[in-house]
Design a protein around this ligand. Structure first.
Ligand SMILES: Cc1cc2nc3c(=O)[nH]c(=O)nc-3n(C[C@H](O)[C@H](O)[C@H](O)COP(=O)(O)OP(=O)(O)OC[C@H]3O[C@@H](n4cnc5c(N)ncnc54)[C@H](O)[C@@H]3O)c2cc1C
Length: 361
């Protein structure tokens, strides 16, 4: 056993499929996670906001190779060129159910269940020739795909019985205040209106409108190269600006809001239900494993980010013999859209390259 993935979510599955495609066998990889189903953590949140379609496009999948994307797979299955035509103009958005079927196939074909160990890792420590997990198992190469460190709630609503987080199961009262202005908030405005509620969008700044969660150039090689050339302060500034709320443009989002039952306000005003579409807590220090790792090894940090190499590895703990990589939201220093399926693939490929380089030495 030489390789470990800590965190059994979508980024973990993506990394696992990538390692298997790169030639590693199931008995060379261990995946440590809370849940055997890699989609479980994600789907609970997507179902809570009744998400029907992915925000990502054809390349938002968990398979090892970019091609075929989900548009090609769906076109073949439906025997219809329509998904391909939409994909050419960046308008193909798979349904959540299509994505889940695809993820289930990748899980089954890759051998994920053979490598999965249900265990939450508390402590990752660098040792001479690799990493020790909870003081017992040693691995030369470790990828940390821990997901988000928990839901963020406005402090003034802590303990308020009217408040529910958007990513927790809920129905809609007759009057609803939705705090936040990103994709989850926009989805909730539409859900609550469709359920017959009056909706107040409580927000302090106007959301940006863009199809993907970050500007499209950041998903390209050239855009990423420009990001990697930034110095530390500029990069912190950029990453902060990218966390501003946004949701896609289009009539499907705008039309339902043209009703007197929808309005915008700057403050809460006593509605019987408050939905906190306020996302997740931010930063490596909110995750116990990463906080201890950074402390134990005095890792370089910048603001709320761990400083990573462009390939998503931790520079001080990665060399020709061992690799420590991050995937998912905590890898934003290397890839600003780290919390997307495209980002999961980026980290997975960087990790595979490192593992392969060590294997051929
Ligand atoms: C509602 C919603 C919709 C989204 N839609 C899209 C979309 O359309 N397209 C797109 O590209 N992205 C989308 N994203 C973003 C992204 O794809 C998801 O956040 C995705 O779940 C990230 O995968 P992850 O593996 O990093 O985290 P998760 O899927 O949350 O998985 C992390 C896993 O690691 C486990 N874990 C954590 N710590 C430990 C530990 N110490 N030991 C063991 N296990 C641990 C957790 O329990 C969890 O099971 C969406 C996100 C949300 C919330």
């Amino acid at each position: 056993m030489r390789v470990a993935i800590v965190g059994g979510g979508l980024a973990g599955l993506c990394a696992y499929a990538t390692l298997r495609h790169g030639g590693l066998e199931p008995d060379e990889i261990v995946v440590f996670g809370d849940r055997a189903d890699p989609t479980e953590a994600w789907v609970a949140r997507a179902r809570a906001i009744r998400q029907q379609r992915m925000r990502s496009e054809s390349d938002g999948h968990v398979a090892a190779t970019s091609f075929p994307g989900l548009a090609v797979r769906t076109a073949l299955r439906r025997r219809s060129p329509a998904p391909l035509a939409l994909s050419v103009c960046n308008r193909y958005r798979p349904t959540v159910d299509e994505f889940l079927e695809h993820a289930a196939r990748v899980r089954a074909r890759s051998g994920w269940d053979e490598s999965f160990v249900q265990r939450r890792i508390q402590h990752v420590r660098a040792v001479e020739d690799g990493f020790e997990l909870d003081g017992r198992n040693r691995f030369a190469h470790v990828l940390l795909a821990l997901g988000h460190p928990g839901l963020a709630r406005p402090p003034e609503l802590e303990g308020d019985p009217r408040a529910v987080h958007a990513y927790e199961p809920h129905e809609y009262a007759d009057e609803v205040e939705v705090v936040g202005a990103g994709m989850a908030a926009a989805t909730e405005w539409l859900n609550a209106l469709a359920a017959g509620a009056s909706v107040v969008s409580v927000r302090r700044r106007e959301p940006e409108r863009r199809p993907l969660n970050l500007p499209r150039p950041l998903f390209t090689r050239r855009g990423l190269a420009a990001f990697h050339r930034t110095d530390r302060d500029a990069r912190v500034g950029l990453l902060r600006s990218y966390s501003a709320p946004s949701y896609p443009p289009g009539r499907g989002w705008d039309e339902p809001l043209r009703t007197p039952r929808f309005r915008v306000a700057a403050e809460l005003n006593g509605a019987p239900q408050v939905i906190c579409a306020t996302g997740f807590r931010h930063g490596f220090a909110e995750d116990e494993v990463l906080r201890r790792l950074a402390e134990d090894h005095e890792l370089e940090t910048a603001d709320r980010w761990l400083v990573l190499a462009p390939d998503s590895t931790v520079p001080a703990l990665t060399d020709e013999t061992r690799t420590l990589s991050l995937a998912g939201v905590q890898a934003q220093w290397a890839y600003p859209a780290a919390d997307t399926l495209a980002g999961a693939k980026y980290a997975a490929r960087g990790f595979l390259r490192r593992v392969q380089r060590c294997r051929t030495r």
